[in-house]
Ligand binder design. Structure first.
Ligand code: GBH
Length: 459
């Protein structure tokens, strides 16, 4: 570890900084038939082997449903003060829309175990695993989803009262909508037309809004957020005009190219009370019915801007001052998954743009690196690229935290897990998983992050 710069006394983050890591239910829990769990759209989707690159699924993975105490032990030793996990809707509510007490107990036990170890639970209510029976009645296209989601949120927040105070309503809505219902690379893999996509987005935002009122009602001293993803534009030189153009493009809507990453469609209604003007112009013929009441529900105040940021793109200006995207050179540093180029400044510019527009404290809800990790002859798991990635990205986050309020950082992920349509082949963990034996081996990056946390930051 001696090559890594830790300067004593130069702690980069405040003492109450949230250092955490994140996971999601379908990606880690396994035990899919245990205690009356209802199948989700991801069970259905991964049952069709054409959908998952390596034909794997989430039936076993880390088996955190059984091994959660080991997970908490790993978190404790890592030294994080917070753990972000998600609730499987189908474990806590059955297909008759009745409460499943065994599922509830699992999440209560997990929270208790975390609290016993001084780790704060950050609960994601929806990380993509919709119960299949709800998809069968239309999923996000059916406005009834709001009623069902509200009931589920009411049940789980009552059950976790006194155990968890921090909630994230929905993870990466862009992936749910675009990857799941347009590109069809994610569950449910059902193609919607553009009009249907807009309606699904609107219903999803209403699910968020109703969840906010319910959490506020059921949990005193709660904090609430919504966790979209984005791919920030990074100005490749220090130039005000370039910065301004990057900022504008980050919040603009490109109907054909960047629907997936649109920041403003999902976040303007929440933080600014309405969709952007551009949205009404572009989609004027296919708009859903958007009422004033809807917008009021969607825009109830929340506490944080959560954002999942892994990568970005560099931009410059041409001689006519037009914005141009710089292509990555051949051999440019990247992770073992096609969209993950090394762009550390994304953690500087992303938070800066978001704060400038929405004026709420920022928490990075996900950031992480996918690598080719295996156990070496010395029985350890060496992952220097992941260490370098975390190091570079945290330097940028530190830099921006001197300018705007940045409250926390969750590394994705605690361990290797089911990487959606990429299956088990893609590893993001700080802890290596042997899927056959369920053996957990902390990687070098785990010990690195441990040092970062002890130190309060890098450099
Ligand atoms: C997150 O999504 C998920 O929340 C998490 O479950 C997952 O395991 C983790 O990250 C690692 O993948 O426009 O070029 O970026 C992944 C973020 C956002 C990556 C959409 C792919 C589309 C291509 N994804 N992105 S690009």
């Amino acid at each position: 570890m001696e090559t890594l710069p830790f300067l004593e006394g130069e702690n980069m983050f405040s003492n109450d900084f949230i250092f955490g890591c994140a996971t999601a239910s379908y990606q880690i829990e396994g035990s899919i038939d245990e205690d009356g769990r209802e199948p989700s759209i991801w069970d259905t989707f991964s049952n069709d082997k054409r959908n998952i690159i390596d034909h794997s699924d989430g039936s076993i993975v880390c088996n955190s449903y059984k091994n959660y105490k080991d997970d908490v032990r790993l978190l404790k030793e890592l030294g994080v003060n917070s753990y972000r996990f998600s609730i499987s809707w189908g474990r806590v509510i059955d297909k008759n829309n009745q409460v499943n007490p065994k599922g509830i107990l699992y999440y209560q036990n997990l929270c208790k175990e975390l609290l016993k170890n001084n780790i704060k639970p950050y609960v994601t209510l929806y990380h993509w695993d919709m119960p299949q029976w709800l998809m069968d009645i239309g999923g996000f296209l059916n406005r009834d989803i709001i009623k069902y989601f509200s009931y589920y949120v009411d049940v789980i927040t009552k059950a976790l009262d006194g155990l968890a105070y921090d909630y994230i309503t929905i993870n990466e809505p862009q992936c749910i909508i675009f990857m799941g219902h347009d590109l069809c690379l994610f569950a449910p893999g059902i193609k919607y037309n553009e009009k249907e996509l807009l309606l699904a987005i609107h219903n999803l935002l209403l699910c968020h809004g109703h969840a906010v009122s319910i959490i506020r009602r059921n949990i005193k001293n709660s904090t609430i957020g919504f966790a979209p993803c984005s791919r920030p534009l990074v100005p490749s030189t220090n130039n005000q005009l370039l910065y301004k153009k990057c900022y504008q493009k980050y919040f603009s809507i490109d109907r054909y190219n960047e629907f997936a990453n649109s920041v403003a469609i999902y976040s303007d209604p929440i933080f600014l009370g309405d969709y952007p003007k551009e949205y009404y112009d572009i989609f004027k013929d296919i708009l859903p019915n958007i009422t004033k009441e809807d917008l009021e529900i969607i825009s109830q105040p929340i506490d944080y801007i959560y954002q999942n940021i892994y990568t970005g793109n560099y931009y410059s200006l041409d001689k006519d001052n037009n914005l141009v995207k710089e292509e990555f050179d051949f051999g440019y540093p990247e992770g073992n998954i096609d969209w993950l180029q090394l762009v550390p400044e994304a953690l500087y510019y992303g938070p800066k743009y978001l704060y400038e527009r929405y004026k709420k404290p920022i928490i990075i809800s996900e950031n992480g690196f996918c690598n080719v990790d295996f156990i070496s002859l010395d029985k350890k798991c060496h992952d220097p690229q992941r260490i370098d990635y975390i190091h570079r990205y945290l330097i940028e986050l530190e830099k921006v935290s001197k300018e705007i309020p940045v409250k926390g950082y969750f590394y994705w992920s605690l361990f290797d897990n089911f990487e959606w349509n990429s299956g088990l082949r893609k590893r993001f963990g700080l802890v290596h998983m042997d899927y056959k034996t369920e053996k957990r081996t902390p990687k070098d990056s785990y010990y690195y992050y441990q040092e970062v946390i002890k130190n309060g930051g890098v450099l």
